[in-house]
Design a protein around this ligand. Structure first.
Ligand SMILES: COC[C@@H]1[C@H](c2ccc(C#Cc3ccccc3)cc2)[C@@H]2CN(C(=O)Nc3ccc(OC4CC4)cc3)C[C@@H](O)[C@@H](O)CN12
Length: 295
């Protein structure tokens, strides 16, 4: 049956065979996992075999409280302005967490410090903490998980958690930077963890991806002290490549949650795009994401 037959009316005099409703469709050419999703599965398997649980990251919109304030990121920090963060216009705010005492402890540690910290000594504003953002890191989820660990029925128990999901930064895009990327993050909460445990764990974790001979460089994050950038010598690129960032979460973040004294939390993160681009020899991140990225 063709358009011409319909237009000319010749279909009226034509004998058609009966429509076979049981006919199988044309088998689609096999689908394939996107390279990012293949590398994500590799990371997930490494975390699972190392005894980690996956965090629930199905929450792109986050309050500034969980994305910044609870992590001891001061309200005037440059990462919190429009040049770096996507703020939600409607609804603008989400209200405060139910645990008002916790919010007050966070406000106090920003304003006055405590337990040896001198804090930031600025007036903490609740309207700032209520602002909704597209999460700039999955560390907002880690923070919420640590808070729940600290307040679990039966008390704190050591735990290992990971997450791999999209995060959003209001940055100018170029060949290797997008306004969003996938962050891979791990946290370990236990008594008396040290920087040595963090370094040793990073060596074990990255060795499972064939990356050895790491170097650690002192760095700064508002929520971890000490912090370290992690480097590995890339024999193909013939240079040291930054492969991640890490640190011990600060007491100004952990104490207000109510974690028992002596509990330390180590955390680290990297992106999914960088290792995927290296593994698949992709130079321009647009090749990875195809039509989706337009300038
Ligand atoms: C705005 O940029 C953030 C992103 C992303 C990143 C950085 C830091 C964290 C973090 C964290 C953190 C720290 C402390 C506690 C909890 C989380 C997460 C992602 C990568 C982190 N980086 C990164 O992924 N680099 C990388 C990773 C793996 C790799 O190959 C694999 C080993 C085989 C090659 C490269 C380093 C740089 O690419 C950096 O320029 C870009 N970074």
């Amino acid at each position: 049956l063709t358009a011409e037959m319909i237009a000319s009316g010749s279909w009226r005099k034509t004998e058609f065979k009966k429509y076979n409703f049981n006919a199988q469709g044309v088998p689609p050419a096999g689908g394939a996992l996107h390279p990012l999703m293949k590398v994500r599965e590799e990371f997930r398997n490494i975390f699972f075999e190392m005894g980690f649980q996956e965090m629930p990251t199905n929450k792109f919109v986050e309050s500034s409280f969980w994305n910044f304030d609870a992590l001891f990121v001061p309200q005037q920090h440059p990462a919190r302005d429009m040049q770096d963060t996507f703020f939600i216009k409607d609804p603008q705010g989400a209200g405060l967490p139910d645990d008002k005492e916790y919010v007050q402890r966070v406000a106090d540690v920003h304003e006055k410090g405590g337990f040896g910290s001198i804090g930031y000594r600025y007036p903490y504003k609740e309207e700032e903490t209520e602002k909704l953002v597209l999460r700039t890191h999955t560390t907002s989820i880690s923070t919420n998980i640590l808070y729940k660990l600290a307040n679990a029925p039966g008390g704190f128990k050591p735990a290992k958690y990971f997450s791999i999901d999209r995060v959003f930064r209001n940055e100018s895009v170029d060949a290797t930077h997008l306004a969003e990327f996938h962050q891979v993050e791990g946290v370990i909460a236990d008594y008396n963890l040290t920087l040595g445990d963090l370094i040793g764990f990073m060596e074990t974790f990255f060795a499972k991806m064939g990356v050895t001979n790491l170097r650690f460089k002192a760095a700064y994050n508002p929520y971890t002290e000490p912090s370290m950038e992690i480097f590995s010598y890339h024999s193909g690129l013939k240079r040291w490549v930054e492969i991640g960032n890490s640190g011990l979460f600060r007491p100004e973040m952990l104490e207000p949650m109510g974690l028992p004294k002596g509990v330390r939390v180590i955390g680290w993160g990297l992106s999914l795009e960088r290792p995927t681009m290296i593994k698949y020899g992709v130079d321009n991140i647009r090749e990875l994401l195809g039509h989706k990225v337009s300038l």
